[in-house]
Design a binder for this molecule. Structure first.
Ligand SMILES: *Cc1c(COP(=O)(O)O)cnc(C)c1O
Length: 383
C-alpha cells in the first residue's frame, strides 16, 4: 500500500550521501572533534543565512534557549513569558535558567502568541518574552518587541522550527535580542545527532554564550562563570554545512507543498487552513490544519497509508511536570481548543505531487463519505 511518512529523512540523505560521508570522513582524519574549522565556518555561514551578526554553535536547541536566556540576564527568581502550545523544551529551558514560566494564550488563527494578551501577564519580576515561531510561522514580532521595549524586557526567539522564515522582510533569528535554533534531525536543517545554535546581533550576548557553552571558560582552565558542556561537535557541524547549502531550496519546496495543500483543501468547510500573516514568509517545518473529527480523520488516513502527527497533544500548562504552576483546564482556552483540532500532514521537501494529491484526495473522501452517511441517516429518520 502507498506509504507516506510524516517526515522522510532517507529521501534527503540519498542524494547528498557521497558528499556527507566525505565530510564526516575528513573530520575523523583530522581528529579535531570540537571547536574546529567546521563549527567556526558554520557559525559564520549560519549567521549570514539569518542576516545576523553572530551565531554560536551549541549542543542542542534546548541548550540554545537556555544559554540565550542566561546570556540575556535571566536569573533565578525571574519570570519568562511564553506560550503553552510548544514543544516541552521551551518551558524546560526557562526552568533550567531558574525562572518561572508565565503562559499567554495564542491567536487561534495563527496558533502563535497573541500579543494583545502579553501586557496583562507582566509583573515586576518578569524579565523576558520567548515567542515561538511555531511550525515555521513567525510570531507577530512587531507588537511583541514594542511591549518588550516599553517594559524593559528581553526577547528571545524560539526559532527551533523556523530556519529561514521571514518577518517584514527580515529573517527570524536577528529580530529579537537573541534566538535559539535546533538542528534536531527532523528540523528544516537537521544534523545526525544533537546540535543547536544561538543567533544574535548583540556582541555581549554572543561573547557570553561562547563562554557559557564551554564550562564558563574563554581561556583554558580559567572559568569566569558556572557554564555547561554544550559545544557543537565537528561531525555535526560538517554535516550541517553541507545541508545548509540546500536549505533555501528545500524551504522553497516546503512552501510549494503548503501552497498545493491550501489550494487542494480550500473547498472543505471542515478544514481550517493555516493562516499566513501578510508580511511573513513561513517555512512550514510542519503543515498543520485544524479539523473537525480529528481523531477519526487520523485513523482514516492511517488505514490508507498516510502518517500524520499532532504537535502537540497536551498544552504545557496541563503537563504533569508543570503541575506546580497550578494552572488547570480552562486557563488558556485557545491553546486547549487547538490541541483537540490540530493535525500535521506529511511535510518534507522531497514529497512528490502525486503524494500530496493522494493525501488531499483521501481527506476529501473522508468528509464526503461522512456527509453521505449523515444524509442517509436523515432520510432514514424522516421516512
Ligand atoms: C525542537 C524544538 C526545541 C528543542 O530543540 P532540541 O534540539 O531538540 O533540543 C525547542 N523548541 C521548539 C519549538 C522545538 O521545536
Amino acid at each position: 500500500m502507498t506509504k507516506i511518512k510524516l517526515v522522510d529523512l532517507h529521501s534527503q540523505y540519498e542524494p547528498l550521501k557521497e558528499e556527507l560521508l566525505a565530510e564526516i570522513s575528513n573530520v575523523l582524519e583530522g581528529m579535531q572533534l570540537f571547536l574546529g574549522e567546521n563549527t567556526f565556518r558554520l557559525e559564520e555561514e549560519f549567521a549570514a543565512f539569518c542576516q545576523a551578526r553572530y551565531a554560536i554553535g551549541v549542543g542542542s536547541g534546548t541548550d540554545a534557549l537556555y544559554l540565550a536566556m542566561r546570556a540575556c540576564g535571566v536569573v533565578a527568581g525571574d519570570e519568562v513569558i511564553t506560550v503553552p502550545n510548544t514543544f516541552f523544551a521551551t518551558v524546560e529551558a526557562i526552568v533550567m535558567a531558574g525562572a518561572k514560566p508565565l503562559f499567554v494564550d495564542i491567536d487561534p488563527g495563527t496558533n502563535n502568541m497573541d500579543p494583545a494578551l502579553i501586557e496583562a501577564a507582566i509583573t515586576p519580576r518578569t524579565r523576558a518574552i520567548v515567542p515561538v515561531h511555531l511550525y515555521g510561522q513567525p510570531a507577530d514580532m512587531k507588537p511583541i518587541l514594542k511591549i518588550a521595549r516599553r517594559h524593559g524586557l528581553r526577547v528571545i526567539e524560539d526559532a527551533c522550527q523556523a530556519h529561514g522564515a521571514e518577518y517584514d522582510g527580515r529573517r527570524v533569528g536577528g529580530i529579537g535580542d537573541a534566538a535559539a535554533f535546533s538542528f534536531y534531525c527532523a528540523k528544516n536543517l537537521g544534523a545526525y545527532g544533537e546540535a543547536g545554535m544561538v543567533v544574535t546581533n548583540d556582541r555581549q550576548v554572543a561573547t557570553s554564550v561562547q563562554m557559557l557553552r564551554n564550562h564558563g571558560s574563554s581561556e583554558r582552565y580559567h572559568h569566569t562563570a558556572y557554564g555547561v558542556n554544550s559545544r557543537m561537535d565537528e561531525i555535526q557541524a560538517a554535516v550541517l554545512r553541507v545541508k545548509l547549502r540546500h536549505l533555501d531550496e528545500s524551504n522553497t519546496r516546503r512552501r510549494a507543498w503548503a501552497f498545493e495543500y491550501n489550494r487542494s483543501l480550500a473547498e472543505l468547510p471542515e478544514v481550517t487552513l493555516p493562516e499566513e500573516l501578510p508580511y511573513t514568509q513561513p517555512v512550514y517545518h510542519l503543515f498543520v490544519i485544524n479539523v473537525r473529527q480529528r481523531d477519526e480523520l487520523r485513523d482514516w488516513l492511517k488505514d490508507r497509508g498516510i502518517e500524520t502527527g499532532i504537535h502537540y497533544p497536551i498544552p504545557l500548562h496541563l503537563q504533569e511536570a508543570c503541575a506546580d504552576l497550578g494552572l488547570g483546564p480552562g486557563s488558556f482556552p485557545h491553546a486547549e481548543a487547538s490541541a483537540e483540532q490540530i493535525l500535521s500532514l506529511p511535510m518534507y521537501p522531497e514529497l512528490t505531487i502525486d503524494q500530496v494529491s493522494y493525501v488531499c484526495q483521501t481527506i476529501r473522501d473522508f468528509y464526503h463519505q461522512g456527509r453521505r452517511q449523515r444524509s442517509k441517516r436523515k432520510v432514514a429518520l424522516t421516512s
